[in-house]
Structures are given as structure tokens and as C-alpha cells.
Write a protein that binds this ligand. Structure first.
Ligand code: ADP
Ligand code: ADP
Ligand code: ZN
Length: 216
């Protein structure tokens, strides 16, 4: 069982690295942000609720988010492992996750924390473009697609997320420091946290992650 949490502030590279890890180890990539954006795209009641929080840079309420993750983790494709990206984002979610893990016998064995300086985060968020179809992230300077505006993986159209603007980013960073950062101490005290420098070259970074996951 290879069950991983990938943590880090907005723009740290969770989505980018998650895609690589999930494909290398053949485990599902579970991103609560992607799940919410999919619901928004499909105009479901969940999407309607989530968008009012996401557009303000606030966390979607725990009851909703925890229920969504529990349902997803219970599926058979998570039996051999999974990668959580963007969940948990506060202590209540982390505690709920540990309870769910016990209930469905899928405990977490690695927590990887991407560490990136705040000035870099602002550049990353403002230059991020995302595929409308598959959610793959690109960057107008550091991770250009081979054809401008088009996803290398699926040919989908790239767009800028509505919450990737300076003002919303401010409240997302505030939420991060207030609610998510305390998880670092939480997982440190459980002896599962591994810090990784998220501002390095992606290949170097990926090798470091593989080194951590070695033996699996
Ligand atoms: P980023 O990649 O910039 O960290 P995400 O795509 O993970 O952003 O999340 C986008 C937004 O979706 C968050 O700002 C928040 O509003 C909502 N969201 C995502 N995951 C969670 C979660 N675990 N709990 C509450 N809200 C969440
Ligand atoms: P998160 O999911 O944590 O919000 P993303 O994976 O979407 O972060 O990455 C944020 C932005 O930074 C994207 O535009 C991505 O292309 C870019 N990026 C991510 N990691 C790196 C890296 N190691 N070097 C350069 N650019 C990166
Ligand atoms: Zn795509």
C-alpha cells in the first residue's frame, strides 16, 4: 500500500508533482481542488456551493470536503494506494482522514511537504495556466506547453483559473498560514512528514521524491 499526502501552499507544485508520482507508481491522483472544479464545470449543486468559497479564496466547509474524500477513497481503485493532493487542509480534516483510514483500512504512510518561498509562489500562481479538459498545470514562463494555449497531454484548451489572481491569492495564503500550516507540526509529531524543496528543477525534485518512496 502506497498512500501519500502531498502538501504545500498554493502554487507549491502539488498538482505538477502529483501527476508524475501517480503515473510512476500507478496510483490514483485525488485532488479535491480538481474535484471541485469538475463539479463547477458540470454545474452540479456541489459545484455551486464550492465556487462561492473558492472564488473568495476560502476553504470549502469540512462536512462537504470530508464526505467527498471518504467516498472517493472507498472506491476499489484506491485499494493498492492513492495520492492525496490538497487534502487535508486543516487539523479537522487530518483527524477525519485518520479515522477514515482506520475504518476502510487504508492508512496514510507518507506525507510529503513541498517547501517554496512566498515570492516564488506569487510568480507561479500568476503565470499558471490549466488544461480545461484534464486539469494539467502549465506556466507561461517555466512550463510552457509545446503549442501555445494547448495541453500537451490531451490537446485541451488552457485557461487561467478564476482564483489565480493577486487578490484571491492573498486570502488563499492567509487561509494556508492559518489553517493548513499547522499540519506540518501535526504530521511531524506523527513522524511521517518529509520536507522537499519545491523550488528545484522538476526532475531533481522527482528523484528526491522517488528516493523517499524507495522500497515500495
Ligand atoms: P492550489 O493548487 O492553488 O493549492 P487547489 O486546486 O488545491 O489550489 O484548491 C483550490 C480551492 O479549492 C482552494 O482555495 C479551496 O477553496 C478549495 N479546496 C481545495 N481543497 C480543499 C480542502 N481540502 N478543503 C477545503 N477547501 C478546499
Ligand atoms: P499547486 O497544485 O501546489 O497549486 P501547481 O502544480 O499547479 O501547484 O504549480 C503551480 C505553478 O508553478 C504551475 O504554473 C506550474 O507549472 C509551476 N511549477 C510547479 N513546479 C515547478 C517547478 N519545480 N519549477 C518551475 N515551475 C513550477
Ligand atoms: Zn489536458
Amino acid at each position: 500500500m502506497l498512500s501519500i499526502i502531498l502538501m504545500g501552499p498554493p502554487g507549491a507544485g502539488k498538482g505538477t508533482n502529483a501527476k508524475r508520482i501517480a503515473s510512476e507508481y500507478k496510483i490514483p491522483h485525488i485532488s479535491t481542488g480538481d474535484m471541485f472544479r469538475e463539479a463547477i464545470k458540470n454545474k452540479t449543486p456541489l459545484g455551486e456551493l464550492a465556487s462561492s468559497y473558492i472564488n473568495q479564496g476560502l476553504l470549502v466547509p469540512d462536512e462537504v470536503t470530508i464526505g467527498l474524500v471518504k467516498e472517493r477513497l472507498s472506491k476499489a481503485d484506491c485499494d493498492k494506494g492513492f495520492l492525496l493532493d490538497g487534502f487535508p487542509r486543516n487539523i479537522a480534516q487530518a483527524e477525519a482522514l485518520s479515522k477514515i483510514g482506520e475504518e476502510i483500512k487504508k492508512p496514510i504512510n507518507y506525507v510529503i511537504n513541498l517547501v517554496v518561498d512566498e515570492t516564488i509562489l506569487i510568480d507561479r500562481i500568476s503565470g499558471r495556466r490549466v488544461c480545461k479538459t484534464c486539469g494539467a498545470p502549465y506556466h507561461i514562463k517555466t512550463m510552457k506547453p509545446s503549442k501555445e494555449g494547448i495541453c500537451d497531454l490531451c490537446g485541451g484548451e488552457l485557461y487561467q483559473r478564476k482564483d489565480d489572481n493577486e487578490e484571491t491569492l492573498k486570502s488563499r495564503l492567509h487561509e494556508y498560514h492559518l489553517q493548513t500550516e499547522p499540519l506540518i507540526e501535526y504530521y511531524k509529531s506523527l513522524n511521517v512528514l518529509r520536507d522537499v524543496n519545491g523550488s528545484q528543477d522538476l526532475d531533481v525534485l522527482f528523484n528526491e521524491i522517488k528516493e523517499i518512496l524507495k522500497g515500495e
